[in-house]
Design a protein around this ligand. Structure first.
Ligand SMILES: [Zn+2]
Length: 129
């Protein structure tokens, strides 16, 4: 079982709660906003990639398929397992009830899956099949 934080992951995100994606300091500069938002996500990905799936999962970025994208969360605590929403892009979420049903092993399985595909992509880009 996991808890869901009332705050979102650190980063430069669209604030849908305020009714508009242009309510941040970027004003009307949507390209600047999207660049800062993508940089925020890249930072979370980089942080997550160094997490070993069998160790502490704090900082792990977890994605769940939703609609035409993914709902993203970061693990903020192991005991109790706690997650923070990452409101990237369309800010997709999964139902809070799904979060409450998550177990640590579900997060480890997701990280192993992502590591498998990342390692495979790295092997291909290094010229191996
Ligand atoms: Zn912005």
């Amino acid at each position: 079982m996991a808890r869901l934080s009332s705050t979102v992951a650190p980063g430069h995100w669209t604030n849908y709660d305020r009714g508009c994606h242009l309510t941040c300091e970027c004003g009307d500069d949507i390209r600047k906003h999207m660049k800062l938002e993508d940089d925020s996500l890249k930072s979370l990905i980089k942080q997550s990639e160094i997490i070993y799936p069998e160790g502490s999962l704090v900082g792990a970025l977890v994605s769940f398929p939703v609609g035409d994208g993914t709902a993203k969360y970061v693990v903020t605590s192991m005991r109790p397992l706690a997650m923070q929403h990452v409101p990237h892009g369309d800010s997709y979420r999964i139902p809070d009830a799904y979060i409450r049903g998550l177990r640590v092993e579900d997060i480890r399985k997701g990280l192993r899956f992502e590591k498998f595909w990342r390692d495979l992509a790295n092997e291909k880009s290094n010229g191996r099949d």
